[in-house]
Design a protein around this ligand. Structure first.
Ligand code: HEM
Length: 505
């Protein structure tokens, strides 16, 4: 005779589980076959898609921004993409439509919850992870850290590490027996990543990673682990819910790395607090500005955890993005030796004796500035911004229901011939005439609106200083036979990792 417990088990096995499975199958068939036809987004044009895989095959085969550009050329500035099992998103590539989402109706859109949670897991609870009034309050608090005054004080660090990298490359040239005009295939991607870690470590919390010369140090490795393992966003792992909670070696390394980095930041905070008590002169980094910050109403300063979260956020948002910008700029200059020579000429005119770079020097490096702007147009490290609609809306003529995922494809817009003439050509002169700036909302490497990049000034000045220290007496060219594709990792990176030939001028 069956016991009560056995009866429940057989119920489960033969009735509930199959019913559940059947219901799931019916739901999936509905999502795959019927939903695309009746979805409120069905009026938005889409490319042909596979019922199960959607457009994922074409997207993954194309270079970053290539598919969105193809679609926008064919279907216009608003298009519907399908991912797995009928999951749909709206891609936006037109200046007017981008303005609508990020500015005019900016309050109606926000970073997706899943992205915010992922960023919180990596960097803690700061502006990357917060939303609504909390986000606005944090932005207000963090803005002074990125004022002209703060960034001005960091020029010394940008120059110091640019010069270190210059020295490192020259020493490699010498080691390779090429003391005068020798060439070498140098992994510039790795080297620029380390340089930016050194820069941002010093500018964010006064820490000397010295990773150009000592890449094996524990803290440098820990930072690399957190960055590489914390972002499953660009891989299939994102599809597995709670992936980061699974008992896997990489998750263990991620957690251990995060603990080491946070501990290092906290140690610096404690040290600083003691120094402040002793009345020592404050440092000129982002952390010291934050340590002075007080809540307008309560007069309270930030807690140690909040300070650590903000420093971690600067490091994670700033290191990879800026080094990616530098990598693509040197790549473009390698392909265009005449432009590289012109930049070098300007640098040598403004800084003939390799003097300490000041704000006044930077102001005169206008062609280099234009080169960087043009590089960020063709190769924006952040090529798309994912948003979600918080309430029903309309983009152009199309109805956008609450909860719709909207992808702002700035990178595709930057290469659209309807927006930029001759868009595939690297032409810094697009940015040299101050009376003829880009048309509004057509150039957005740092996004726009409430969540635009808080570190854009840091990045632009940092890139100008570092490039001026490298290009003055080093020449970059492509390694014969190599070519690179744009691929989406954390940022839009070259595939394979970039190597360039370097020689002394
Ligand atoms: C070339 C270098 C950089 C590029 C291209 C870049 C680009 C961007 C873009 C497009 C966004 C908006 C992302 C979104 O809405 O999802 C953003 C946000 C952000 N960036 Fe940057 N960034 C760069 C460098 C930096 C640096 C150096 C820092 C800090 C030191 C930084 C800190 C941040 C932060 C904290 C946010 C979040 C802002 C918010 O949510 O309110 N970025 N960045």
């Amino acid at each position: 005779m069956l016991s009560r417990q056995d009866f429940h088990m057989t119920d489960l096995l033969y009735i509930y589980l199959p019913t559940l499975f059947l219901a799931y199958c019916v739901y999936k068939i509905y999502r795959i076959v019927l939903w695309p036809l009746i979805s409120p987004l069905s009026k938005i044009p889409s490319m042909p898609y596979n019922p199960i895989f959607g457009n994922t095959k074409e997207i993954s085969k194309a270079e970053t921004t290539e598919y969105s550009l193809r679609v926008s050329k064919k279907l216009g500035p608003v298009a519907r993409y399908f991912f797995f099992f009928g999951f749909e998103i709206v891609s936006v590539t037109g200046p007017e439509e981008i303005k609508h989402v990020l500015v005019t109706r900016g309050k109606n859109y926000d970073r997706q919850l899943r992205s915010r949670k992922l960023l919180e897991c990596i960097a803690g609870y700061s502006i990357l992870a917060s939303s609504g009034p909390d986000h606005a309050a944090q932005r207000k608090l963090l803005n002074p850290s990125f004022s002209y005054r703060s960034i001005r004080a960091m020029v010394v660090s940008f120059q110091k590490y640019g010069q270190e990298l210059n020295r490192f490359w020259k020493s490699n040239l010498e080691k390779n027996g090429a003391t005068k005009h020798g060439l070498v295939a140098q992994p510039i991607q790795k080297d620029l990543g380390r340089t930016m870690l050194d820069v941002i470590g010093e500018c964010a919390f006064g820490y000397e990673f010295n990773s150009i010369w000592e890449p094996e140090k524990k803290l440098t490795q820990a930072f690399a682990d957190v960055l590489q393992l914390g972002f499953p966003a660009s891989s299939w792992k994102i599809l597995i819910p709670f992936y980061q909670s699974l008992p896997l070696e990489e998750n263990r390394r991620f957690k251990a790395g995060k603990k080491i980095v946070r501990q290092a930041v906290q140690t610096v905070i404690e040290h600083r607090k003691n120094e402040m008590k002793e009345g020592k002169e404050p440092y000129k980094d982002l952390l010291s500005v934050l340590m002075m910050a007080k809540d307008e109403e309560t007069g309270q300063g930030l807690s140690d955890t909040e300070l650590t979260d903000h420093v971690m956020t600067f490091m994670f948002a700033g290191q990879e993005t800026t080094s990616t910008g530098l990598i693509w700029t040197l790549y473009l200059l390698s392909q265009h030796p005449e432009i590289q020579d012109k930049v070098r000429k300007e640098i040598l005119e403004v800084l003939p004796n390799n003097e300490d770079i000041t704000w006044e020097h930077l102001d005169k490096l206008q062609y280099l500035k234009a080169v960087i702007s043009e590089s960020l147009r063709l190769f924006p490290p952040v090529a798309a911004v994912p948003e979600v609609a918080l309430q029903d809306d309309k983009i152009g003529d199309y109805f956008i229901p609450k909860g719709t995922y909207v992808l702002i494809n700035t990178g595709a817009m930057h290469r659209n011939p309807n927006v930029w003439p001759d868009p595939e050509t690297f032409n810094p002169d697009r940015f040299t005439d101050p009376n003829n700036p880009p048309k509004p909302y057509t150039y957005l490497p740092f996004s726009i609106g409430r969540r635009n990049c808080i570190g854009s000034r840091f990045a632009l000045i940092g890139m100008r200083v570092i490039l001026s220290t490298l290009l003055r007496d080093l020449q970059f060219s492509l390694v014969p036979g190599t070519s690179y594709k744009r691929t989406q990792r954390i940022t839009m990176r070259p595939k394979p990792p970039m190597q360039l030939q370097i020689c002394k001028v």
